[in-house]
Design a protein around this ligand. Structure first.
Ligand SMILES: [Zn+2]
Ligand SMILES: [Zn+2]
Length: 371
């Protein structure tokens, strides 16, 4: 008993020291040995925690490493800084910012009607349509088109749907909306840092762009499924994926403690060059082909593969690599689509970024236009 208390005390000390414990998964931790350079695996099993250290292996006791993990789990606070992107209330004069305004008739567009206002203070006449000024369709129609397109409909199907709503535009116009608003939202969202976890996952997917086979590389946060960075490339050498490693750090404001990949050489080398040798005091580890018991993590990347592969048909019609489609899809994946695995939250919400309003596209576009 006394000995166990000692182990507990030692465990507490380990947990309180910095960088002694690496979280691989909620069921798997690496704990540094206190006497040599080894790291021990502390793994949750049906019969409780196990550790690979001699103390646990030979004596079958709850060793200090297991105590350390238990204590650190209690200490670990998952309070994330919350950012809320609010809906914008359209109720002030664009010239003098007075809210003393009155309705001033309706302007009829080809595809929709728009309310006009007049400022009682400066007499300015205006319509309030932030982000959607001079567009051929209403915010509702345009954001519906974005939603349809990014959930997998083709440009033509999207255009036909709009036609049924009484909105006559060409599929080229729909394409222009997608490009315009994706660019706008992308620039705005760059300024917001998602609070991602310390375990990331990377993989490659195949795409066809204008008939050519291309690689799409993706860096995902394991815990929140936030798609941190991407890269399209003709080849899959180390230098082809390195920019994505740098971009990921820029987006997340940190590098992960653990990177999981399929074990391909390009990822291993990029990890070593970009992270391992660059951050001497704060090493990260690279794990290949990790399979845990009853683990759904292995499917996470494959699920993204599925989402994107469904869209190959549409990608085929593209002419350029810097297509806004992938950026738009990334925005849809991170900020709009709710995920079953996250209890219906979006990855952004899981990262502390909340987008208010029923129409997240509209909230994003209006905020992006204002900034
Ligand atoms: Zn141990
Ligand atoms: Zn005014």
């Amino acid at each position: 008993m006394e000995l166990n208390n000692k182990r507990q005390e030692k465990g507490k000390k380990i947990a309180e020291k910095q960088d002694q414990i690496t979280r691989i998964d909620e069921d798997h931790y690496l704990v540094k040995s206190q006497s040599n350079n080894k790291q021990y695996d502390v793994i949750a099993t049906e019969n409780g925690w196990t550790c690979t250290c001699p103390d646990h292996c030979f004596r079958q006791v709850c060793c200090k490493h297991i105590h350390a993990v238990e204590v650190s789990l209690e200490i670990r606070k998952t309070v994330k800084e919350q950012v809320t992107i609010n809906e914008i209330q359209n109720n002030s004069c664009p010239k003098c910012h007075s809210t003393n305004i009155k309705k001033d008739g309706i302007r009829h567009n080809k595809n929709y009607d728009i309310q006009r206002f007049k400022c009682r203070d400066c007499n300015k006449k205006f319509s309030i349509n932030l982000g959607f000024e001079k567009m051929k369709a209403s915010p509702q129609i345009i954001t519906s088109a974005l939603q349809l397109y990014f959930t997998g409909e083709s440009l033509r199907n999207t255009q036909k749907f709009l036609e049924l709503q009484g909105v006559k535009v060409t599929h080229k116009t729909v394409w222009n909306w997608i490009r315009k608003y994706t660019n706008l939202m992308e620039k705005y969202l760059e300024k917001i840092t998602p609070q991602v976890s310390d375990k990331w996952r990377t993989d490659e997917l195949y795409l066809r762009i204008k008939g050519d086979r291309k690689y799409l590389f993706a860096m995902m946060d394991d815990e929140t499924r936030f798609w941190i960075a991407k890269q399209v490339s003709t080849h899959k050498n180390t230098d082809d994926v390195r920019p994505m490693f740098r971009e990921s750090v820029k987006v997340a404001g940190k590098k992960p403690k653990v990177l999981i990949s399929d074990g391909a050489k390009n990822f291993a080398q990029a990890h070593t060059k970009e992270w391992y040798s660059r951050y001497k005091k704060d090493q990260s580890i690279h794990i290949r082909h990790v399979h845990f018991k009853n683990d759904m993590n292995n499917n996470k990347m494959e699920r993204l593969n599925g989402e994107i592969r469904d869209r190959e048909k549409i990608m085929r019609g593209l002419k350029k690599e810097d297509t806004p489609i992938l950026s738009g899809y990334q925005i849809y994946h991170n900020y709009v689509r709710s995920h079953m695995g996250l209890d219906g939250k979006t990855p952004a919400e899981a990262c502390g970024i909340k987008i208010a309003g029923k129409n997240k596209w509209k909230t994003l576009i209006q905020n992006a236009s204002q900034s």
